[in-house]
Design a protein around this ligand. Structure first.
Ligand SMILES: NC(=O)c1ccc[n+]([C@@H]2O[C@H](COP(=O)([O-])OP(=O)(O)OC[C@H]3O[C@@H](n4cnc5c(N)ncnc54)[C@H](OP(=O)(O)O)[C@@H]3O)[C@@H](O)[C@H]2O)c1
Length: 370
C-alpha cells in the first residue's frame, strides 16, 4: 500500500482525493472552506459567492442545512493532524442536519421536506468497516456540511428522530454514533443494566456516552478537570465523578468505587496519556473502546500486558455506519434522549465556534446554526 501523508499527519489509505461527485458545484450561496485565512492560518473561511448545487443527480438528495456541530476532529483537521483529512480546501465539519429540498429521480424512501442528518462516512452503509470508506469522510477527505445547501448521495442521510430539532440532530453523526458503536455494537456485546461504564472527560463523545449508558441502565463514572462540569454530569445521571486534575491517580479511585473490580466499559477518548490508567480501571473480561487522541498520537508508554492478564477487549472505534446510526436513532427515540448542547453560534461566527471548542470550556456539544 502506498503511504501518503507526513509523519505528523497519519494516513493509512490510498487515493484520498475524492471524486467530483462529493463536491458542490459553486454558485451564489454561503459556505465555508477550510483554508488559509488573512493571517496565513488554516481555518474556516467564509465564501459568499459559491454556486448553489444543481438539481440532485438520480441517486442524490439536496439538503438545506439548518445546523452543524463541531467535534475535536475538526480542530485536528485545522491543524492537519486528522487521520481523515485530505489536501483540498474542503467544506469543513462532518456533522449536520437539515431538510431535503429536492430528491433525485431514482431515490426511494425520501421526499421533499424530510428532516435528515448526514452520515460521517459518506459510503459506509453497513457491515464491517473497510479502508475504502476513508476516501469519503465528510469535512476531511471530502466536503463537509458547513454550507447552506449540499447535494449528497441519498444513502448518506438518515431521517432524524421526531423528538429532535435540527440542532440536536446535528450533534449525532460523529460523537453520538461513535459512543453508540463503542457501547452497543462491538466486542463482548452491548452494555447492559448493572454494568459499569467509565467516561473520560465531558466533551461531545463522553457526554452522549453517559446518556446512552444511563438509558441502558448502567452505572456511570465520569471524570473531568472541572468540579462544575462534574456537577452537570451528575445532573445528567452520572453515579460517581472524579476530578482527574485533583485526583491524578483516578484509576485507583475507579478501582475503589467498583469494590476493586473495575469497570465493564471504558470510553477511551484520551489516547496515549490515559490508556495506562484506563487499563488499570477495567474489569476482567471488560472492554476499552479506543476512540480518541486528546493526549496526542504518540505510542503509549504503558505495557499492554494487563489486557492479556485481564482478558480485556481493546476495540478500535471509527465513528460508525449508517446502519449503526439508524439503530442508535431508534434507541434515542425510545428513550427520548436529547443531546446536550453547551452553546450555539451563528453561521458567520464559525471561527468563534472553533475557538470555543478548542478552549475546552464546553460541556457536551457546540453547534453552529445555518
Ligand atoms: N475514533 C473516532 O471515531 C472518534 C470519533 C469522535 C471523536 N474522536 C476523538 O475522541 C476525542 C474526544 O472527541 P470529542 O469531540 O468528544 O472532544 P471534545 O468535545 O473536544 O472533548 C474535549 C474534552 O475532553 C476532556 N479531556 C481533555 N483531555 C483529557 C484527558 N487527558 N483526560 C480526560 N479527559 C480529557 C476535557 O473534558 P473536561 O473539560 O471535562 O476535563 C475536554 O473538555 C478526540 O480525540 C476525538 O478526536 C474519535
Amino acid at each position: 500500500m502506498n503511504r501518503v501523508g507526513s509523519a505528523n499527519k497519519p494516513c493509512w489509505f490510498e487515493n484520498r482525493r475524492l471524486t467530483s461527485d462529493c463536491y458542490l458545484k459553486e454558485s451564489g450561496m454561503r459556505l465555508f472552506r477550510l483554508e488559509k485565512n488573512e493571517d496565513g492560518e488554516t481555518g474556516p473561511v467564509l465564501h459568499t459567492d459559491a454556486e448553489a448545487p444543481d438539481d440532485p443527480g438520480p441517486d442524490e438528495v439536496r439538503v438545506r442545512m439548518r445546523a452543524c456541530s463541531l467535534n475535536y476532529r475538526d480542530i485536528l483537521m485545522k491543524s492537519g493532524a486528522s487521520a481523515s483529512g485530505g489536501d483540498d480546501p474542503v467544506i469543513p465539519l462532518s456533522d449536520g442536519a437539515g431538510e431535503i429540498e429536492a430528491v433525485g429521480s431514482e431515490v426511494a424512501g425520501f421526499e421533499t421536506g424530510d428532516q435528515v442528518a448526514l452520515t460521517f462516512f459518506q459510503d459506509w452503509k453497513g457491515g464491517p468497516f473497510d479502508m475504502k470508506y476513508h476516501k469519503a469522510a465528510r469535512g476531511g477527505s471530502c466536503d463537509g456540511v458547513l454550507a447552506e445547501t449540499v447535494c449528497v448521495p441519498a444513502h448518506s442521510v438518515v431521517k432524524i428522530p421526531a423528538h429532535l430539532d435540527f440542532a440536536g440532530a446535528a450533534c449525532l453523526p460523529c460523537a453520538a454514533v461513535t459512543a453508540w458503536q463503542g457501547l452497543f455494537e462491538r466486542g463482548s456485546g452491548p452494555v447492559t443494566a448493572g454494568q459499569t461504564v467509565l467516561c473520560l472527560g465531558t466533551g461531545g463523545v463522553s457526554i452522549v456516552a453517559l446518556q446512552l449508558a444511563k438509558a441502558a441502565g448502567a452505572r456511570v463514572i465520569v471524570t473531568s478537570s472541572s468540579d462544575e462540569k462534574l456537577e452537570r454530569a451528575q445532573e445528567l445521571g452520572a453515579d460517581e465523578t472524579i476530578n482527574y486534575k485533583t485526583t491524578p491517580d483516578w484509576d485507583k479511585a475507579v478501582f475503589e468505587l467498583t469494590e476493586k473490580r473495575g469497570v465493564d466499559h471504558v470510553i477511551e477518548v484520551g489516547g496515549p496519556g490515559t490508556l495506562e490508567k484506563s487499563m488499570n480501571s477495567v474489569a476482567a473480561g471488560g472492554r476499552i473502546s479506543l476512540i480518541g487522541v486528546l493526549t496526542g498520537f504518540d505510542p503509549p508508554e504503558a505495557s499492554l500486558f494487563p489486557l492479556v492478564t485481564r482478558a480485556v477487549d481493546l476495540v478500535g472505534i471509527y465513528v460508525g455506519s449508517r446502519a449503526m446510526f439508524e439503530r442508535m436513532n431508534a434507541f434515542l427515540a425510545e428513550h427520548q434522549i436529547q443531546p446536550v448542547i453547551d452553546r450555539e453560534f451563528e453561521f458567520e461566527d464559525a471561527a468563534a465556534a472553533y475557538e470555543y471548542l478548542e478552549s475546552g470550556s464546553h460541556f457536551g456539544k457546540v453547534v453552529i446554526r445555518v
